[in-house]
Design a protein around this ligand. Structure first.
Ligand code: HEM
Length: 507
């Protein structure tokens, strides 16, 4: 038992600690922000979709750095690239971790992927894998030349069924990631691996929806046994975990088998498995970095590309200018390829502007503070969620004149504004997206081919402008896609149609 004296000392130490902490917090309060309700804070005011618009609205009152209370958890919203880089670059040691979401991370185990992994040795190995194999344009183009056939297949699919545009785009980007990662050749139409990959991605997206699982709000629920009434989320987690592991193992084992038989096609996985410095202890890092590519690449790139085509429909004079450039550089007798890229500055500007106007990941990548910190006199407790509002940055009227308009010409002046791939749309700091080159190359080849071969134009019932409000043209999800929309799509000429159909001889 404690003596009375020890007890008195302990109580005094506790009082002194809490007094110090309160006076510290008085001197260094949390960043300003809406008060919210008791217990829930502002959680009920954050909409499930288009939350970036609500965050922007609050920023008009509280500035480009403010805080929210979400069920007792502090979230800081940042809508200035300068402040964001202070966190993600200058203070990267404290702000490179991802939040530990109980459902996604503790129960399903998505922290086996790069996106949710803590910044440990495994994560470094992942990042090395990516930069070795597609960190540069030259390295990437080696992979990509293999996949020109995939882009041509998409053109054929669009010609067959222009109304199925969204599906053709998804099929293309998914096939592309599976081909680049595993050398896997998907079947046109239904393909087992695409279906599995789609299921896993849908499940993953479900776990990212704020409030979808009670356990994310009350983390201690994760300790409930699976049979306990109300713990159905545990069975869901098990199902998601099994599918995720299947997605990780099936293609990886397939490549290993093919390598043994000497029939494997070149891919991210074969290159790393056959690298000189490969050893069996790297196998797990390789497998988990490979499975991440599908999850991180296919849906984002599809959303970006689809958005570009919507804009080409809404801005016919821009489309015609891009097509005139393609006609000059490529001509009608062949399909564009990577060697044309440097000679297509207007098309490149169209892609940059589409990336700025249609931000596919409007909230970027969330981070969590590893320990307590002070910024500009404000207290940032350990575990605080750091949420960039990328959408707002890319639509800042101080930086981009007429920010809601599609103006590719803004990128063709001597001193263009901050490019969306510089610290905005692909994140920044240690956890910056490693797929920038791959994403931009994919969108480039898809755009060059489509615009060489097809016209896309408004018809009755088509949207009239790029309305980004809740009732507009986008779905408002974390990875934001255009909603299905009506358009006319037809080959630009008989020659273009023949070029598209020429693929039939190669299948
Ligand atoms: C238009 C397409 C894409 C967009 C808009 C996009 C955007 C992003 C963003 C905003 C982040 C979070 C960065 C941060 O926290 O600062 C991220 C992370 C990531 N992206 Fe992408 N991405 C795209 C395509 C790709 C592709 C093609 C790959 C293929 C490798 C990829 C792989 C990843 C990975 C692995 C991470 C996690 C990095 C980490 O946490 O260390 N992404 N991406």
């Amino acid at each position: 038992m404690f003596s009375l004296e020890t007890l008195v000392i302990l109580v005094c130490v506790c009082i002194a600690y809490f007094a110090y902490r309160s006076s510290f917090q008085l001197r260094n309060p949390l960043p300003p922000g809406p008060k919210g309700l008791p217990l829930v804070g502002s959680a009920l005011d954050v909409p499930e979709k288009f939350s970036w618009l609500k965050f922007r609205e609050w920023s008009h009152q509280y500035g480009s750095f403010y805080s929210l209370n979400l069920f007792g958890k502090t979230m800081i919203i940042i809508s200035s690239p300068k402040i964001l880089s202070e966190f993600t670059e200058k203070r990267h040691l404290n702000y490179s971790e991802r939040p530990k979401l109980p459902m996604a991370v503790d129960l399903v185990g998505y922290d086996e992927t790069t996106v949710f992994m803590p910044t440990n040795l495994m994560w470094k190995e992942h990042r090395r894998n990516y930069s070795k194999l597609f960190g540069t344009r030259a390295a990437m183009e080696k992979f990509f030349e293999m996949e020109v056939l995939g882009a041509r297949r998409m053109m054929r699919a669009i010609l067959n069924d222009p109304t199925g545009l969204a599906g053709s785009i998804r099929h293309w980007t998914t096939s592309l990631s599976l081909k680049i990662t595993y050398g896997y050749e998907t079947k046109p139409g239904n393909d087992d691996l695409i279906s599995l990959a789609d299921t896993v991605l849908r499940q993953f997206t479900h776990t990212q929806k704020p409030g979808a699982f009670m356990v994310d709000l009350v983390p201690s629920l994760k300790y409930l046994p699976a049979w306990f009434p109300g713990s159905g989320f545990k069975r869901t987690a098990e199902l998601y975990r099994n599918d995720f592991h299947e997605m990780m193992d099936v293609p990886f084992n397939m490549v290993q088998e093919q390598l043994k038989k000497g029939v494997a096609k070149q891919s991210f996985t074969t290159d790393l498995l056959s690298a000189e410095d490969y050893s069996a202890d790297k196998s797990y890092a390789l497998k988990t970095s490979a499975v991440t590519i599908y999850g991180a690449a296919a849906d984002t790139t599809a959303g970006q590309y689809h958005g570009l085509l919507v804009l080409m429909m809404l801005y016919p004079e821009v489309r015609k200018k891009a097509q005139q450039e393609l006609d000059r550089v490529v001509g009608p007798d062949r399909l564009p390829d990577y060697s044309d890229r440097d000679r297509l500055p207007y098309l490149e500007a169209c892609i940059s502007e589409a990336m700025r106007l249609h931000v596919v990941t409007p909230l970027g990548g969330m981070r969590a503070a590893a320990k307590d910190d002070i910024y500009d006199g404000f207290f940032i407790p350990k575990g605080t969620l750091i949420q960039p509002n990328i959408w707002q940055m890319a639509h800042d009227p101080e930086v981009y004149e007429d920010p809601m308009e599609y103006i590719p010409e803004r990128w063709l002046v001597q001193n263009p504004p901050l490019h969306p791939h510089d610290g905005i749309c692909f994140g920044s700091g240690r956890r910056i997206c490693p797929g920038i080159v791959l994403a931009e190359s994919t969108v480039f080849i898809g755009a060059a081919m489509f615009l060489s071969l097809f016209d896309i134009y408004a018809v009755e019932g088509s949207p009239k402008f790029f309305d980004q409000s809740e009732n507009g043209i986008l779905d408002g999800e974390t990875i934001c896609h255009p909603k299905p929309f009506k358009s006319g799509i037809k080959p630009r000429s008989a020659k273009a149609e023949a070029l598209i159909k020429s693929i039939d001889h190669e299948l």
